[in-house]
Design a protein around this ligand. Structure first.
Ligand SMILES: Nc1ncnc2c1ncn2[C@@H]1O[C@H](COP(=O)(O)OP(=O)(O)OP(=O)(O)O)[C@@H](O)[C@H]1O
Length: 170
């Protein structure tokens, strides 16, 4: 099974009005990977393609009642092109998202975050938060495609049909 995601960046700020928090806001703790071993995810803020592999060791906590210090400060992994599993990307535009981060962004793929379903899997809305000094928060809204385990051919289709793409406004 795999994950693809696309995103649209929001100007830095601290507003919560567009936060896609489900009605039953709560905390999400990323646990062990019960989806399988072969995760791929991609995120794009514009035209860059991001491919990452998960790290189940990263625990992210998300929610309005969560202290800011508990939220991940770097939603994009190391940010230096180093993949979560230690591999290096040859493309400096590649940024890494762990499975835990994508789970946190989508509230563990909560049904309330479901945008739709395609032929290869479900698409969830998510929000990544990054701390900006001194006290700002950058929100990046994403669409995450979670491939069905039986649809790994979707990886090829995804490349062909243009994922990632910006999150469409509602
Ligand atoms: N970037 C996005 N922003 C907002 N909603 C999206 C986005 N991408 C997909 N969706 C929602 O998810 C649904 C499924 O998207 P998907 O891309 O999987 O559709 P599809 O092209 O029909 O699927 P497939 O390519 O797997 O056959 C869409 O109908 C739409 O409602």
């Amino acid at each position: 099974m795999g994950i693809f995601c696309s995103c649209s960046a929001q100007k830095p700020g601290t507003t919560q009005d567009q936060d896609p928090t489900p009605g039953t806001a709560g905390h999400v703790s990323a646990g062990s990977d019960d989806f399988g071993n072969s995760w791929l995810s991609g995120v794009s803020s514009s035209i860059t393609t991001w491919i990452s592999q998960p790290s189940s060791s990263f625990t992210a906590i998300w929610g309005k009642n969560v202290p800011e210090s508990s939220q991940f400060s770097d939603a994009t992994g190391s940010g230096d092109g180093t993949l979560a599993n230690g591999q290096n990307s040859t493309d400096t535009s590649v940024r890494v998202f762990t499975l835990a981060q994508l789970r946190a962004a989508t509230y563990n793929f909560r049904s309330a975050m479901l945008l739709g379903k395609g032929g290869f899997g479900k698409v969830y809305k998510g929000c990544l938060k990054e701390k900006l000094p001194p006290s700002g928060i950058k929100k990046t809204f994403i669409a995450v495609k979670q491939l069905d385990a039986s649809s790994m051919q979707g990886l090829k289709e995804w490349k062909v049909y243009g994922f990632p793409r910006p999150l469409l406004e509602e």
